[in-house]
Design a protein around this ligand. Structure first.
Ligand code: ZN
Length: 458
């Protein structure tokens, strides 16, 4: 633990590591003989390092900047493919910004044997945790690319382009900000979009990722009660835990969809010549490079200047308000020649009961309830273990038993904190947790063809 020395914040530090002989260090810092010097506390706290006997590394270069990829505890790395893909999205991001903010960059990738997905941006590096390691280059490869492109984009957006509230960082207290929809939302949107633009993702792969964001948004009833600006402020209070059901939205998900809409508006207003990347480039050169933080108003002004349109009601309704996104989304899909395909959920529990469950041993535990759904009206609660449906043990598949009693009244036996309850579940004639898929329209008109092409390509 590096404690924050308030009085000596700007003093340098020397780090000496005592390691087993065959161990190596992976870090954005340069170590020599396991020793390094850092300029100040910020650099110290923001320069993680991995010490391990199982590091594998390779580098690539874009415009004279070196990028290092370090895997810890990962076997069978298809280096050629990894280097090519990383180089592609890196090139594309640098091409749009014009320069890379730091002289060198390191991806520190912790491969773990269990399911994991996490990434954090740092000064000139990122730490990514991904697992299980057996799947990193198969089913998890799109996740590896997604999180890596996202973290690289952060070198500009939040490490350099920073809300005024975080400029400089105040290590003595929370740095509350309502701008999470910019620093995480735009990063989520652009991180994936650069994979599409650089040809690492096909349109189909990209739309799969976009569909996930649409799905998360529409599945979350909190979108009617909390604004993304308020959610951003609260990240300092409750971080990444799910929190009280239906209470909070996500700066990642909602921010990504709002960024998608703004990108569309800019493209629409400029005959597809300019997109959100010009706004970010402006924030980079005119704020970050001038050692200034930005305000949400600065972002709004930039959107308005580049598009020639008024964004006041957009900010009031969707950033500070809780207006439904459906209209925004369909406008953006329409513009690019995309459509939202909605189908009932495959699972009976989700579609008809309005509850998401996960298996715990032999039992089924409720993890999410949709407000107004039969499950919620019937008095079920998150955390309940469902034991029986109409007096029959719900084994092995809960769904099979729920649909078996399709047109009958249903009574569920549940365990809640050690007590057994019998609950009657009413019928509600609608579908819950509808499945959302963003697809390319079968036929595009001329303007859509143009818009989609310009959006997808560099
Ligand atoms: Zn992020």
């Amino acid at each position: 633990m590096f404690l924050y020395p308030q009085a000596t914040e700007n003093l340098g530090f020397e780090i000496q590591l005592h390691l087993p002989a065959h161990w190596e260090i992976a870090s954005g810092l340069h170590f020599q003989d396991n020793k390094t010097v850092v300029a100040n506390f910020d650099q110290l706290a923001d320069s993680p390092f991995i010490c391990s006997g199982h590091i594998q590394r390779k580098s690539y270069e874009v415009n004279g900047t070196a990028f290092h990829i370090c895997f810890n505890n990962q076997k069978q790395i298809p280096w050629e493919k990894v280097l090519e893909d990383f180089k592609r999205f890196t090139q594309q991001q640098i091409a749009d910004f014009g320069e890379f903010p730091v002289p060198e960059f390191t991806f520190l990738i912790q491969s773990v044997p269990y399911a994991a997905y996490h990434g954090v941006e740092h000064l000139n590096s990122t730490v990514i945790a991904l697992g299980p390691s057996s799947e990193v280059f198969t089913t998890l490869y799109t996740e590896l690319l997604g999180v890596s492109s996202h973290e690289l984009y952060h070198v500009w957006n939040v490490k350099s382009i920073r809300p005024a509230e975080m400029f400089p960082y105040n290590f003595k207290e929370e740095n509350y900000s309502e701008a999470g929809f910019i620093y995480e939302g735009i990063t989520t949107y652009m991180g994936d979009l650069y994979l599409l633009k650089s040809g690492v993702f096909s349109l189909e792969q990209y739309l799969k990722e976009l569909s996930k964001q649409v799905q998360k948004h529409l599945d979350n009833p909190a979108r009617f009660s909390m604004s993304v600006a308020a959610a951003s402020y609260d990240t300092w209070l409750d971080g990444y835990v799910p929190g009280a059901p239906g209470r909070k939205v996500s700066i990642y998900t909602e921010g990504c969809l709002l960024a998608f809409y703004c990108d569309m508006k800019l493209r629409q207003a400029t005959q597809n010549k300019l997109g959100l990347e010009v706004v970010m480039k402006h924030l980079y050169y005119d704020f970050a490079c001038q050692q200034k933080g930005y305000s949400i108003q600065d972002y709004k002004t930039a959107l308005e200047n580049f598009s020639g349109q008024d964004f006041t009601s957009f900010f009031n309704d969707f950033v500070y308000g809780t207006a439904p996104y459906e209209q925004l989304l369909s406008e953006a899909f329409e513009y690019f020649g995309l459509e939202l395909q909605q189908t009932p959920a495959n699972s009976y529990a989700e579609a008809r009961f309005g509850m998401k469950v996960s298996q715990v041993g032999k039992d089924w535990q409720i993890v999410q309830l949709y407000p107004g759904s039969p499950a919620e009206l019937g008095g079920l609660a998150i955390g309940d273990l469902i034991i029986a449906v109409n007096q029959v043990r719900a084994l092995p598949q809960l769904d099979a038993w729920l649909s078996f009693h399709e047109n009958q009244n249903k009574t569920l036996l549940v365990e809640r904190s050690g007590r057994i309850l019998e609950l009657f579940i009413p019928e509600v004639d609608r579908n819950f947790f509808v499945q959302n898929k963003v697809l390319r329209l079968a036929t595009l008109n001329g303007p859509q063809e143009k818009a989609l092409k310009a959006w997808m390509l560099a």
